[in-house]
Design a binder for this molecule. Structure first.
Ligand SMILES: NC(=O)c1ccc[n+]([C@@H]2O[C@H](COP(=O)([O-])OP(=O)(O)OC[C@H]3O[C@@H](n4cnc5c(N)ncnc54)[C@H](OP(=O)(O)O)[C@@H]3O)[C@@H](O)[C@H]2O)c1
Length: 317
């Protein structure tokens, strides 16, 4: 099969690789579409290795496609099922072996490219906002970097949880599209310099990082939470500990990739039960910025790294 691989110099190449085989407890999926993530670029730079059990030189953390082979011990899955999954790597290829307990059903009628953009962003958003921060109806949530793949998911998950969201987007030309993610008016879209005027917040979702990001602790309501999810703009930031104390604040860091297989299966079960039905009913949607055929993988990664995206970048193997 054809697969994107990361060569010894950290460059993406298209190569032929052996077809995967469905081992016990796993299935092989014919990949129809696969999402791109910043983690793919980090992996190519050598900063973010794949967890054990996944290909260490094939990028791709989320896929959607049809089940082709079913391994021993797998119940309730048959060839032809439309599935999507958050995987540990190896998704930017024509086929991938996936543990069956990570599979999510693709709702009827959902296009492949939208399904492929769902698992990473919405698992991250649900896990961070609902499971870890316990966001509730009436809370005020600030999301930085809100026009990107994860940001557009965070805004929607906060809205369906009944929270009022302030989405921080530095490009005014994207504001209307971000506002339209929550048509009932639960979202205000602002530029970063306008965030403070909308404080206080119960939850601040940090998707950008950088030197100034922890100053936002001063914008928290008492016992508020800062969720550190993405730090592309800079991985170190001074923390004013007195602000943390005064707000009796919680500072929460999170990743999914390094979790144990059991933790990932538990997360998939929660997303299957609580989030996929909202996608199926149209309460959540996956904005696709651009989709590229597999042989234009270089254009896809360039778009991922480029400015001004709204939502996800997708490969179509
Ligand atoms: N912890 C986890 O479990 C987890 C899971 C998934 C993703 N992540 C991380 O979360 C982050 C966001 O992921 P994503 O998929 O949403 O990325 P993305 O689609 O590239 O979106 C990033 C957004 O941040 C904005 N941005 C970048 N630098 C900025 C700055 N200095 N000031 C204001 N806005 C800025 C970008 O705006 P422009 O277009 O204007 O540049 C873009 O809208 C990444 O760092 C990713 O690695 C973490």
């Amino acid at each position: 099969m054809r697969s994107v691989v990361i060569d010894s110099r950290g460059r993406f190449q298209l190569e032929r690789r052996p077809e995967p085989v469905a081992g016990p407890g796993a299935v092989v999926v014919r990949v129809r579409a696969a999402g791109l993530n910043a983690a793919d670029l980090q992996q190519a730079r050598g900063d973010y290795p794949a967890p054990p059990g996944w290909p260490d030189d094939v990028p791709g953390l989320e896929i959607a496609g049809e089940v082709e082979q079913v391994g021993s011990g797998v119940a309730g899955v048959v060839p032809g099922d439309r599935v999507m999954a958050l995987v540990g790597g190896g998704g930017h290829a024509e086929r991938i072996a996936v543990p069956a307990d990570l599979l999510l059903p693709v709702p009827d009628g959902l296009p492949w490219e939208e399904a492929a953009g769902f698992p990473e962003a919405f698992s991250t958003a649900w896990d961070a906002l609902v499971t870890q921060a316990g966001v509730r109806a009436g809370d005020r949530v600030l999301v930085s970097g809100a026009a990107g793949g994860v940001g557009t998911a965070m805004v929607q998950v906060a809205a369906v949880s009944g929270a009022h969201t302030v989405a921080s987007v530095r490009r005014p030309e994207l504001h209307d599209r971000v506002r339209a993610l929550a048509p009932d008016g639960e979202v205000d879209v602002v530029t970063p310099d306008q965030e403070a005027a909308h404080a206080p917040f119960d939850v601040i979702v940090e998707l950008v990082g950088g030197e100034d990001c922890l100053r936002r602790i001063a914008l928290l309501r008492s016992r508020g939470k800062v969720l550190v999810v993405g730090v592309q703009a800079g991985t170190t930031a001074p923390l004013r500990m007195f602000d943390l104390m005064l707000a009796r604040a919680h500072l929460i860091g999170t990743t999914i990739r390094g979790r144990s297989p059991a933790e990932k299966a538990l997360l998939a079960a929660g997303v299957r039960t609580s989030v996929v039905p909202l996608l199926a009913r149209g309460r959540l949607r996956v904005p696709v910025d651009a989709a590229f055929p597999l042989d234009r993988f270089a254009d896809a990664y360039a778009r991922l790294a480029g400015p001004g995206k709204f939502g996800k970048v997708i490969l179509l193997p």
